[in-house]
Design a protein around this ligand. Structure first.
Ligand code: GLU
Length: 548
């Protein structure tokens, strides 16, 4: 390739490859340190699968003396959305998955390998592409998108493997004169790799998560620099960036697995050591038809990681759930270490789920969330509910702020008593409803007490109100419930009741139910004795006045 052509292909003044390499020297890290990254496209949305991948990469790096960085892959400028990087940063910050380098919410980009945003690295990619063209490993292609598409269709029709390869790579062998003529005619061009792969041969790749996988060599002359804007494609950008940024481990979705032979070819072409690739199974859901399918942005609101913050899932619940999906040994570890933070779990990279896609199951997530919340103190719950409410329910936040002690007392009901710790509240959006009756006297609904007779209900409530004392402990409180039961012909001995239900108006459980419905408006509630204490004697008396 003549210097004249090279200058026409790359008219901007570019740094030399040597200059770039000098500017971004290899990292000085301890032996065995892992450098990994999350490299999302800024689409205004962080898919749970991307978050899952970022979390895995972050754990791997931070548990192996390494570095986790965030790279913004915005070379597809058509899809760029304003504020999209902040969406990613906020999601990561919310879960405490902290990149050491890359964009930040308040300090711009940090880290010596900056810029970490691909659209700002155009000259770097161009410099390497120029070098490849100069040595004949890449070439300009003047085929239009329509040409390429048309040829694909013809190949498909003829039963051939579609793609720009071998003799179908029309611009592969253009002469310098032809290239020059095209350039002088102002024809747009992209830069393609001159692939050295042979599709009839296979290579075995040793994937960190999948183990050994056999794949055909890659013979397509892929585009490395795009025609419209001179920006690189993913394949080329990740090659250059992961080399310069010293990535040792590329953790990404298994949809990239078929591209690994291409990526190996690219690294070999440059003479650079390969990163260790690890392709994780994609998160799946059970569809309506009972079949597994990928979690879909279109069908599943929980495909967006923001869903969990909006609904007030505790961060640790989401992290524990994802850790559970990643690593089969997490569950046992959690059982053995119920109080240690999830981030202290020593993730075993060799036990990452990697066969069929990991099934995303909200029921399991909810049950983990219940355990996570059960481990918190009432103050922690209060703080977390308040933080959530400030963002998503400001009026509720005001109630919380104006009634701090009362709210903490409410969250403290049945808390911290081992396995019996209360499990009803597991996501913050439910707190307002759960606490409602503490702040507003509920409407009395006698239908909840059918078939008990109105006069009996009235008497039970009134007699209990007369002897109720908030100073009573649970035992004394329950003795009074029993006393009222006995006074009114309700059984206190469950055996006797079961033997002859018709001999009683009901049992002590019905008496408790009367009190519960009158006090809370519900048939189920946390410990009623504690609830009454928080409401106080006067309010209890008011609620136990059954009219009519
Ligand atoms: N931008 C790519 C994606 O979102 C990154 C893949 C990778 O991590 O290398 O799929």
């Amino acid at each position: 390739m003549t210097p004249e052509i090279l200058d026409l292909l790359f008219p901007n003044k570019l740094p030399t490859v040597a200059e770039i390499e000098a500017k971004y020297p290899p990292r000085q890290l301890p032996e065995g340190a892992v450098v990994s990254r999350l490299a999302p496209s800024p689409t205004g949305y962080l898919h749970i699968g991307n978050f899952y991948q970022g979390f895995m990469a972050e754990r791997l790096a931070h548990q192996h003396n390494g570095v986790f960085f965030l790279r913004i892959e915005d070379t597809d400028q058509k899809r760029e959305i304003e504020g999209a990087v902040d969406v990613v940063l906020k999601a990561l910050a919310h879960y405490g998955v902290h990149p050491d380098e890359g964009s930040t919410l308040d300090k711009g980009e940090v880290g010596v390998y900056a810029p970490y945003t691909q659209s700002k690295r155009k000259d770097i990619y161009q410099a390497y592409a120029k070098e490849l063209v100069a040595k004949g490993a890449a070439y300009p292609c003047f085929c239009s998108e329509e040409d390429v598409e048309m040829r694909r269709k013809v190949q498909t029709k003829q039963g051939l493997r579609p793609g720009y390869y071998g003799s179908y790579a029309k611009c592969r062998n253009l002469t310098d004169e032809e290239i020059l003529a095209n350039l002088k005619a102002g024809k747009p061009f992209c830069i393609r790799l001159r692939s050295t792969g042979d599709y009839s041969k296979r290579i075995v790749v040793d994937d960190l998560l999948k183990g050994k996988v056999s794949l055909p060599e890659y013979d397509i002359d892929v585009v490395i620099i795009k025609a419209n804007d001179g920006l690189p494609t993913y394949h080329f950008a990740h090659l250059i960036d992961d080399h310069l940024m010293g990535t040792t481990h590329v953790i990404r979705g298994e949809d990239w697995l078929p591209s690994v032979p291409l990526h190996i070819q690219l690294f070999n072409l440059m003479g650079w050591p390969l990163p260790q690739y690890g392709h994780h199974a994609l998160l799946q859901k059970l569809g309506e038809d009972g079949k597994r399918r990928k979690i879909s942005k279109r069908l599943d609101p929980e495909a967006n990681i923001a869903y969990f913050a909006e609904h007030g899932y505790p961060q640790d619940a989401v992290l524990e759930y994802l850790m559970n999906l990643m690593n089969a040994s997490f569950e046992d570890w959690r059982k053995a270490n119920p109080t240690i933070p999830v981030m202290d779990f020593p993730m075993d990279i060799h036990k990452i789920s990697n066969t069929a896609g990991a099934l995303f199951d909200m029921v399991k997530l909810n049950s983990i969330a219940r355990e996570v919340v059960a481990r918190m103190t009432a103050e922690e719950v209060y703080d977390k509910v308040l933080t959530w409410a400030k963002e998503y329910k400001p009026e509720f936040a005001t109630v919380l702020e104006n009634n701090r002690d009362k709210c903490i007392a409410i969250f403290n009901i049945e808390r911290g008593i081992g396995t019996k710790s209360r499990k009803d509240l597991f996501k913050w959006e439910d707190a307002e409803h759960e606490m409602e009756f503490f702040f507003n006297r509920p409407a009395y609904d006698e239908s909840l007490l059918a078939p008990l007779a109105h006069e009996d209900i009235q008497k039970v409530a009134a007699e209990f109100a007369a002897i109720y004392d908030p100073a009573d402990d649970n035992q004394a409180w329950f003795a009074k419930v029993k006393q009222v039961a006995e006074q009114n012909g309700f059984a206190t001995d469950m055996k006797a009741y079961k033997a002859d239900p018709s001999g009683f108006k009901g049992s002590v459980a019905d008496v408790a139910k009367i009190l519960r419905v009158a006090i809370t408006g519900r048939v189920q509630s946390p410990d009623l004795c504690s609830i009454m204490k928080i409401l106080g004697k006067d309010e209890v008396a008011e609620r136990l006045k059954i009219n009519g």
